[in-house]
Design a protein. Structure first.
Length: 730
């Protein structure tokens, strides 16, 4: 029997329930279905640990049991009393005694799992699942450790354990994806043993050893994929692109109204060196919002144009693409007006390409891109659609990496005849472990200081439970506008024009859903929506006479663009929006931001949002409004208010959020596929570093893993999953 063997062939009909409830179709799927936790049948699980209404899991002894007939039903019921290790008792009832009366005899010990009810001042379990832990089922739990799984209707934990044993006893010694010498060096058990230790443990120490092995597997698969992709990049031939002396870049530098910061100079040199090589650049540029990445990227694009090539800038949204185009045109001035009257000597063409452009216009742009007069193309993912052909694509800049999957980057790379140089920019500071895991195939550069003259942002948490505070927040907003500045008000949802609440109106860009289940105890309430807030602010006395507009993802691209233009031109005082403004929107005159339901956003997201204010020379103000009085929630917001160090916040974010949220589909295109690894745990960080070293060595020796077919297969299936996830997202 192999991992790929269908479970039906091993377990018969029982397999259907596993498939239906948890999608477990193969032996491998079953083995990967790991216990949620373990309890020690000898010591743990006491009635006093649970409250009425909860699902109790405990080992108890049957002290008495009898069957009797019922008044208004046929058949006999079983009534028993069980006693836990503390001596606490509970009543047990089965309305159909048959099958239970022969097993639940006085003196028998069993693991019970069921909903705890109150019954005449005591406790009761009605027809719980149970497993005898000694006597007839004795062989199931050898060491008294009972693995508990996610519930599968109609299948008890004990039956699962029995299935695991059946499968493990027959599993063929397939190739272990981790070579023996690596296992020895890292003190890891082989794979079948790992599953045995996790599903049939005799001690928690065994569980630990099993987990360590599977964590290592996860790390090794990721690191191997990264090592292979790095190896491929290194083997590719790119065209070196060096700037012309006295060319476009030089002309641009001459006009720059400021000096580059030392960091910008350093990073620019790194990029220039990369681009001058005949192997494609593959570099990640990290830097706080406002640290000046865009200038650095633009200079690289100009260098590419100088070298006779084209450069493409990919933005995650249309709003951002449009904004990039505007600011790049503004920065270039007549250097962007190639072929036009008044164009400068070294001028190039700049074109915007988005999905919503009218067809005719789009076709003209496509033609210009294909034939060459356009040196710089700015666009959304429409850029990577099939019809787009470049005359000679030399550099791809991807803005805000978190919104793009790796696959998209790769599609764009494939647009070039020879692999282009690739620069990826991210404003979200990435903790080292994440960088190692998600961007491990790239070189990294960081801009750590902000350009001089930038003023700090003052942030405060505003408890909305006190109306006077919220009132004060609107007054502060009005004061900022009174000083000639502008402000944002951010809401977690769009809401409806007629304000009937709709299910579907959560803006995709928010973290609202990820955080939604964090505070189950709080009464659900309506989150602030853009429409409702717009209405409210237009009626708010403190804001009387101010021009308030809105921006959100359900507006047409033209409307969005019009609002952004008006805001950029200072014709709108207060912009009520969803997180569409999160990434990169740049209006230096906007100095204040109020985030409503701030608790609904992630730490990094708040930090990112806050970066929208204080971009000019005036100090910024950010008010984080929350209706929550949950101490953890407030502490999280206070942490954001207390520091503007993005790396510190990123680490904190990683600690507080579940792994899947940090690396999940919403942020990284499901890049990590991590289940057991915790990127914040010191032990796992060490494991990742070891796996990185091992993967590097394996791939250097055997790039296509021909001598390691099991590992190759694992990497392939992981990449397939990614591919599938990518296609799903469309
Ligand atoms: P990022 O893309 O990292 O968010 P930008 O490149 O958009 O940052 O820069 C933010 C603002 O700072 C822009 O208005 C830009 O013109 C300005 N800026 C960039 N570099 C410098 C510098 N060296 N000195 C002064 N201002 C700068
Ligand atoms: Mg930017």
């Amino acid at each position: 029997m192999q991992r790929s063997t269908r479970l039906v062939r091993v377990l018969g009909d029982a397999a259907k329930k596993l498939e239906k409830a948890r999608g477990l179709g193969t032996v491998g799927d079953l083995l990967e279905f790991l216990p949620r936790r373990y309890i020690d049948a000898n010591t743990s699980g006491r009635l006093s640990e649970f409250t009425v209404g909860e699902t109790a899991v405990l080992v108890a002894t049957v002290v008495s049991a009898q069957t009797r007939s019922m008044r208004n039903r046929r058949g006999r019921m079983l009534e028993a009393v069980i006693q836990d290790a503390d001596g606490t008792t509970a009543r047990l009832v089965f309305f159909r005694a048959y099958g239970h009366d022969s097993r639940l005899l006085p003196g028998v010990r069993a693991l019970f799992r069921g909903k705890l009810d109150a019954y005449r001042g005591g406790w009761q379990l009605s027809h719980p699942d149970y497993t005898l832990v000694d006597g007839e089922d004795d062989t199931v739990y050898e060491g008294g450790l009972v693995p508990l799984y996610l519930n599968i209707p109609g299948v008890t934990d004990m039956q699962l354990t029995q299935s695991m044993r059946l499968v493990l006893d027959q599993l063929d010694d397939a190739d272990d994806p981790v070579p023996p010498d690596v296992r020895d060096r890292r003190d890891l058990v082989d794979q079948p043993t790992a599953y045995r230790l996790l599903h049939l443990p005799r001690s928690m120490a065994e569980v630990g050893r099993g987990k360590r092995r599977l964590r290592y597997d996860e790390a090794l698969v990721v690191q191997t994929a990264l090592a292979q992709s790095r190896h491929r990049y290194d083997a590719e031939e790119a065209v070196p692109r060096r700037p012309l002396a006295g060319g476009l870049l030089a002309a641009f530098d001459e006009r720059l109204p400021f000096e580059l910061t030392p960091g910008q100079q350093r990073v620019s040199e790194e990029i220039a060196e990369d681009m001058a090589r005949s192997r494609p650049m593959h570099r990640l540029l990290q830097g706080e919002v406002g640290s000046g990445k865009t200038i650095v990227a633009l200079r690289a694009m100009l260098a590419a144009v100088d070298a006779g090539a084209q450069a493409a800038l990919l933005a995650p949204t249309e709003v951002l693409a449009q904004q990039h185009e505007r600011s790049i045109r503004a920065m270039l001035g007549d250097l962007a007006e190639a072929g036009m009257l008044g164009g400068a000597e070294h001028a190039t063409g700049v074109a915007l390409l988005t999905g919503s452009m009218p067809r005719g216009q789009r076709e003209r742009v496509l033609l210009d891109i294909a034939t060459g007069p356009v040196g710089i193309v700015i666009g959304t993912h429409a850029l990577i659609q099939d019809q787009v052909m470049f005359a000679d694509l030399g550099l791809v800049v991807v803005d805000e990496q978190h919104r793009f999957g790796v696959e998209q980057r790769d599609v764009l790379r494939s647009k070039a005849l020879r692999p282009p140089h690739v620069l990826v920019m991210t404003a979200t500071p990435i903790p080292r472990t994440v960088a190692m895991t998600v961007f491990g195939d790239m070189d990294t550069s960081s801009l750590t200081e902000l350009p001089r003259g930038r003023q700090p942002i003052a942030s405060h948490v505003v408890p909305a439970s006190r109306p006077a505070w919220l009132e004060r927040a609107w007054t502060r907003l009005a004061e900022e506008v009174g000083h000639g500045h502008q402000a944002y008000v951010v809401c977690p949802r769009i809401g409806d024009a007629d304000d009937g609440a709709r299910e579907s109106d959560v803006e995709v860009e928010t973290d609202a859903e990820e955080y939604a289940d964090e505070e189950p105890a709080e009464t659900p309430r309506e989150l602030h929506g853009v429409y409702e807030t717009l209405q409210r602010l237009r009626e708010e006395p403190a804001l009387r006479g101010l021009r308030v507009e809105m921006l959100h993802g359900r507006m047409t691209p033209e409307d969005k663009d019009a609002v952004m233009r008006a805001f950029g031109a200072g014709e709108v005082d207060v912009l009520v929006s969803t997180t569409v403004i999160e990434v990169g929107v740049d209006v230096p005159n906007a100095t204040a931001m109020v985030v409503l339901d701030a608790d609904r956003f992630g730490i990094s997201q708040l930090h990112q949002l806050r970066g929208r204010v204080g971009r000019g020379s005036a100090g910024g103000l950010c008010l984080l409004v929350t209706e929550s009085d949950n101490p953890d929630t407030v502490a999280r917001l206070e942490a954001v208010a207390g520091t503007t160090d993005g790396f510190a916040l990123a680490d904190l974010d990683l600690e507080l959020r579940r792994e899947g949220d940090v690396l999940g589909a919403s942020q990284s295109g499901r890049r990590s596929g991590l289940r057991l690894l915790r990127l914040t745990h010191a032990k796992d960080i060490e494991l990742i570093e070891q796996a990185r070293e091992d993967a590097g060595a394996l791939v250097t020796e055997d790039p296509d893993l021909l001598r390691h077919p099991a590992l190759a297969e694992l990497v392939r299936s992981r990449l397939d999953d990614e591919q599938a996830a990518f296609l799903e997202r469309g």
